[in-house]
Design a protein around this ligand. Structure first.
Ligand code: 13P
Length: 252
């Protein structure tokens, strides 16, 4: 049995004050969350504050990105060792906003995935197709290519203790959620592809869905056989909404 995971990606949002309010709100409702593991991914600068506030709770903290390098003259970069040092357990790699806005390639993403693991972080590897790719019928091909870059560099076994997040780009921040069936189809494809290489890894890896997940649609999505939770953007900025999503696996 895979434990469901609900991770909040706060993206570039918040302030010292608003984050304090958000984390206080999440802490207040955690007692009602039964089955899901919970993680929040604040902007880098707020990570130490959030780690301190969440100390002694079950909520893990993650980075939103990580350098492919360890240390040195890489202005603006933050390494996996630093994230680990300030108390992160997870890190998102290859988010579609990194891939599409900042031009980060599959190979570069794979190097970030490797760096995350090397420094003891659990990578949350994002994959997903653009609308035009879905319309062309090449969703599976795109997702397979994104996964293959990581498998080629790190080997299939590296995915056993990683998390994959399927985030169709057309569903991110648009209010357009993939239907549970559409999402399940891609999740099943991912698991079958991995099973072709290593059945044990395929069975173990958590595959999250991301893209306009809200309290209102979470239970239906998380009820699908190969959906093991969610990576939540906008809805993770409201404590009540995020907690309701964290409780959704309890109803499944
Ligand atoms: P939204 O939930 O705002 O669509 O964002 C999803 C996402 O990109 C999470 O990483």
């Amino acid at each position: 049995m895979r434990q469901p995971l609900v991770a909040g990606n706060w993206k570039m949002n918040g302030s010292l004050d608003s984050i304090r309010t958000l984390v206080d709100g999440i802490k207040a409702g955690l007692g009602e969350v039964k089955s899901a593991a919970v993680c929040v991914c604040p902007p880098y600068v707020y990570i130490p504050q959030v780690v301190e506030m969440l100390d002694g709770t079950v909520v893990a903290v993650g980075g939103q990105d990580v350098s492919d390098q360890e240390a040195g003259a890489f202005t603006g970069e933050v390494s996996g060792t630093m994230l680990k040092d300030v108390g992160c357990r997870y890190v998102i790699v290859g988010h579609s906003e990194r891939r599409s806005i900042y031009g980060e390639s599959d190979e570069f993403t794979a190097r970030k995935f490797a760096a995350a693991r090397r420094f003891g972080l659990t990578p949350i590897l994002c994959v997903g197709e653009l609308l035009e790719e879905r319309e062309k019928g090449i969703t599976d091909e795109v997702v397979a290519r994104q996964l293959d870059a990581v498998i080629e560099l790190e080997g299939i076994a590296a995915l056993a203790d990683a998390v994959i997040a399927y985030e169709p780009v057309w569903a991110i921040g648009t209010g357009k959620t993939a239907s549970p069936e559409q999402a399940q189809e891609v999740h099943a494809f991912i698991r079958q592809k991995l099973a072709g290489l290593d059945a044990g890894v395929a069975e173990k890896v958590q595959i999250l869905y991301g893209g306009s997940v809200k309290a209102a649609n979470a239970a239906e999505l998380f009820g699908m056989a190969d959906i093991d939770g969610g990576l939540i953007g906008g809805a993770s900025l409201s404590a009540d909404e995020f907690l309701a999503i964290c409780r959704a696996p309890d109803a499944v």
